[in-house]
Unconditional design. Structure first.
Length: 290
């Protein structure tokens, strides 16, 4: 059945071609790490805190850091969003310095997606009711890995309806899918069931974002756009901690999807540590702002 999804979109991952493209990106990385690119990467961050010991005070501190950014570094853009657990959505919504700084929450029983579909959908609804502009959910791997693609797709569609007009990002957990064929099939499945973005990882498993997974996902996004006319976004998350990591994914999106995808409506980084690294590279000295 997985081959049926790939046949439907006329896409088969070409490992050799992808490998050559990634080698070329690696060879040209130094030239692309300009101030303009690094600033744009900064604007694409979903600045994330998803720790077991998150509290209202610690989340408020993060939001206030972004407010202080405007005062201390006025030339910097705001990050795209602050990403938190859904119970903190209202706090971020009330405390943020601008509606341009979106409220992102995980939901749908993140990070395992192991629960009843009705519970997942209700959590998505509550996230939006409490101020979430964007909701990140996880593909139901319990169904997908059993090749029950109908059930996996129906769960995404259910949560799509639950979030209404909010942006829906579907996390594929590519490190657990392993093969490029499964990553491609999951990408198409998520997009055809309403994903506004497809996202690599939760950051909660051993293998998270990788360049090859990102490349395959971006090729699927391009193919889906060619067939349907819908521009789905890409989000890289999990282990992206420094400016060179960010530049690799920026180059992948640029080379596969083009410059029209290099904005916050179509490209994001899910990060907790990247901000300081980008600021240090931009300023030419160590910055520990976040």
């Amino acid at each position: 059945m997985m081959n049926g999804i790939l046949d439907k979109y006329g896409y088969v991952p070409d490992r050799e071609k992808i490998g050559r493209a990634l080698d070329l990106i690696a060879g040209n990385l130094d030239q692309m790490m300009t101030r303009e690119v690094l600033m744009n990467c900064f604007s694409l961050m979903d600045l994330t805190t998803l720790k077991p010991d998150d509290t209202a005070a610690s989340v408020a501190k993060l939001v206030d850091k972004v407010t202080a950014l405007r005062e201390q570094y006025p030339s910097y853009p705001l990050p795209a969003s602050i990403c938190v657990y859904p119970n903190f959505a209202s706090l971020v919504a009330a405390r943020r310095c601008s509606p341009e700084l979106h409220v992102t929450t995980v939901a749908g029983c993140f990070p395992s997606s192991q629960s009843f579909p009705e519970v997942k959908a209700r959590e998505c609804e509550l996230a939006v009711l409490n101020g979430a502009d964007e909701v990140d959910i996880v593909l139901a791997l319990n169904a997908f890995l059993d090749e029950d693609f109908t059930r996996a797709g129906e769960e995404i569609a259910l949560m799509r309806r639950a979030v209404g007009a909010a942006t829906l990002k579907v996390i594929l957990e590519t490190g657990l899918l392993v093969s490029v064929e499964k990553i491609a099939a999951a990408s198409f499945l998520a997009m055809e069931n309403g994903a506004d973005f497809i996202k690599t990882s939760t950051g909660k498993v051993e293998v998270n974002a990788t360049p090859i997974a990102a490349f395959v996902m971006c090729e699927c996004i391009r193919r889906f756009y060619e067939i349907t006319g819908k521009k789905v976004g890409f989000k890289a998350a999990g282990g992206i901690s420094n400016d060179r990591d960010a530049a690799v994914y920026y180059a992948i999106v640029s080379s596969v999807l083009g410059k029209e995808w290099l904005d916050k409506d179509h490209f994001r980084f899910g990060v907790s540590r990247l901000g300081n690294s980008l600021m240090s590279a931009i300023e030419g000295e160590t910055v520990n702002f976040f």
